[in-house]
Design a protein around this ligand. Structure first.
Ligand SMILES: Cc1cc2nc3c(=O)[nH]c(=O)nc-3n(C[C@H](O)[C@H](O)[C@H](O)COP(=O)(O)OP(=O)(O)OC[C@H]3O[C@@H](n4cnc5c(N)ncnc54)[C@H](O)[C@@H]3O)c2cc1C
Length: 428
C-alpha cells in the first residue's frame, strides 16, 4: 500500500488534480527513488525495466555517497589531459577512434564546458542537491529500506606532493560553492598502501554503500508498499493518451499490453534520449562507461574507501573484498565489456596497494554512466503533459539519486520545482 493517501503537499497548484498513478521506466537508483517518493505521496506506481532491478549503472559502481566530490566531469584540466589520453590506449579517459557524429557533437559540447566559469556555474547548480543527498538516504533507511549507509574516513592517496594540488583545488571549488569538505593530511593511510604512496590525506563527512544490495533493498521497499516491478520489459514508446483513452499517458512495452497511467517518469540512465528526445529533451546523454571488479585483501578487510585521484581509480569495501572501479569510456551503452580496460585499471594501481591481489578478480563489470555535456542532470517535466524525466547524473547518480527522487515527486505532485532540481530543466 502507498505510505500516505494522495497527498499533494505544500505548494500544490490550485485546481490541479495531482496524479494518482505513475509508470516509472527504469529500475536503477534514480527510477526506484522516484517510485518510492511518489508512493510516499500516495501514488500507485508500476516500475518497468528492460532487464530488472539495478541492471544498469546502479549495480557495480563504487557506491560513494560523497556529496563533497559531486562535481562536474568537464573541467579545465581536460584541455591538457584529454589529448594525452587520446594517444594512450590505457588512459582512464577512453574515446574510440571512429566516425560517430553523435559522439563528436557530444564531445564538442562537453569540451565547451571545460572552462573555470562553466565548472563553477555547474558546481553552484549541483550544490543544493548535494547538500540534501545524505539526508535523503537517511529518510529511506529510516522508513523501511533495509540497507545501510556507512559513514567512513576517506583515504586520498598520492604518489607525490605535486598530485595533491589539482585535487585540493577542486575541493576548494566545492567549498566555495557552499559545502563543507574537511580535507586534512595524515601521517599514513594504513597497511594496504605501498611505500609508493607518499602523501596521504583524509576527507571527512562522506559515506559509502554497497550499491547493488542497496538498490535491491530499495526495490524491496517499493514492492512492499504495493508497487509492481515488471522485469524483462523494454519500453519501446511513450505517448500522451488520446481523447477518450484512460490515463494521461500510454506506454508501449515489447511483448506486453500497452500500459496506462496518469504520468510516466523516464529514468533510463544512459539510454534516456531514446525515449525522451521526442518530448523536447535535446541535451545529449552519452554513455561514460566505467568498469569495476572485486579483489581479495590479506588479513582484515579494508573498512574505508581509498581514492587515487591521479590514477582516477576508486576503491570501496564490498562484501569483505575491495571493489576497484575506474575508467571513463565514451562508447555505446550496450557495447561488450573490453577486458583491456579491466587490465588497465588493475595495472594503474598495482604498485600502490599492498596485500591486495589485483589478479584474483571477481564481479568484473561494465556500466554506463549517463553523462551530459554540462555536467547537470535532467530532472523535471518535458514538453508533453504527464511525461517527466529523471537522469543524466553522470558520475554521481548514486549519491544524488534519492534526493532527485524526492524533489521530482514533489514537482510532479505540486507543480512547483524544489530548489534542488531548479537548474536541471530537461528542456534547457
Ligand atoms: C564505474 C562506475 C563507478 C561509479 N561510482 C559512483 C559512485 O561512487 N557514486 C555515485 O554517486 N555514482 C557513481 N557512478 C554513477 C552511477 O552509477 C550512475 O550515475 C547511476 O547509477 C545512474 O542511475 P540511473 O538510475 O539513472 O541509471 P541506471 O542505473 O543505468 O538505470 C537505468 C535503467 O533503465 C533501464 N532501461 C533502459 N532503457 C530501458 C527501456 N527502453 N525500457 C525499460 N527499461 C530501460 C535499464 O535496464 C536500467 O536498469 C558510477 C558509475 C560507474 C560506471
Amino acid at each position: 500500500m502507498p505510505a500516505h493517501p494522495a497527498a499533494p503537499g505544500p505548494g500544490a497548484l490550485p485546481g490541479r488534480r495531482p496524479p494518482e498513478s505513475a509508470i516509472v521506466v527504469g529500475a536503477g537508483m534514480v527510477g526506484l527513488a522516484t517510485a518510492w517518493h511518489l508512493q510516499e505521496r500516495g501514488v500507485e506506481v508500476t516500475v518497468v525495466d528492460r532487464t530488472g532491478v539495478a541492471a544498469g549503472s546502479s549495480w557495480g559502481n563504487a557506491g560513494w555517497l560523497t556529496p563533497g566530490m559531486a562535481m562536474p566531469l568537464a573541467d579545465p584540466s581536460l584541455w591538457t589531459y584529454g589529448p594525452r589520453a587520446l594517444l594512450d590506449p590505457d588512459a582512464a579517459l577512453s574515446v574510440p577512434f571512429r566516425w560517430d557524429a553523435g559522439l563528436r557533437a557530444f564531445l564538442a559540447r562537453f569540451m565547451r564546458h571545460a572552462t573555470p566559469g562553466a565548472w563553477r556555474r555547474a558546481m553552484d547548480a549541483l550544490t543544493p542537491i548535494a547538500q540534501a543527498s545524505l539526508d535523503a538516504y537517511d529518510e529511506l533507511v529510516a522508513e523501511g529500506v533495509h540497507a545501510d549507509t556507512h559513514p567512513s574516513r576517506w583515504v586520498v592517496a598520492f604518489e607525490n606532493a605535486k598530485q595533491v594540488g589539482p585535487f585540493a583545488h577542486e575541493l576548494d571549488g566545492v567549498a566555495a560553492a557552499g559545502q563543507d569538505v574537511p580535507l586534512r593530511k595524515v601521517p599514513d593511510g594504513g597497511p594496504h598502501l605501498s611505500p609508493a604512496v607518499t602523501s596521504v590525506w583524509e576527507l571527512g563527512g562522506q559515506r559509502y554503500i554497497e550499491p547493488g544490495p542497496f538498490v535491491q533493498a530499495l526495490a524491496g521497499a517499493v514492492i512492499a508498499r504495493g508497487a509492481k516491478i515488471v522485469a524483462n520489459a523494454p519500453v519501446t514508446g511513450v505517448r500522451p493518451a488520446r481523447t477518450g483513452e484512460r490515463g494521461g499517458v500510454r506506454v508501449s512495452v515489447a511483448d506486453h499490453d500497452e500500459m496506462a497511467a496518469d504520468v510516466v517518469v523516464l529514468a533510463t540512465g544512459a539510454w534516456l534520449p531514446r525515449l525522451a528526445r521526442r518530448f523536447g529533451v535535446r541535451t545529449p546523454v552519452q554513455a561514460g562507461r566505467g568498469y569495476s571488479f572485486t579483489v581479495p585483501v590479506e588479513g582484515e578487510p579494508i573498512d574505508h574507501p581509498i581514492y587515487f585521484p591521479a590514477r582516477r581509480v576508486a576503491c570501496t569495501p564490498y562484501q569483505g573484498r575491495l571493489r576497484v572501479a575506474g575508467t571513463m569510456e565514451f562508447r555505446g551503452p550496450d557495447e561488450p565489456l573490453r577486458q583491456r580496460r579491466v587490465e588497465a585499471i588493475a595495472n594503474s594501481v598495482r604498485g600502490l596497494l599492498r596485500g591486495v591481489d589485483l589478479d584474483d578478480r571477481a564481479d568484473v563489470w561494465v556500466g554506463a554512466r549517463p553523462v551530459t555535456p554540462d555536467g547537470l542532470p535532467l530532472v523535471g517535466a518535458t514538453a508533453a503533459p504527464g511525461v517527466y524525466v529523471a537522469g543524466g547524473h553522470g558520475m554521481w547518480g548514486m549519491v544524488l539519486g534519492p534526493a532527485t527522487g524526492r524533489a521530482l515527486a514533489a514537482r510532479i505532485m505540486t507543480g512547483s520545482t524544489p530548489e534542488e532540481i531548479r537548474s536541471f530543466d530537461p528542456l534547457r
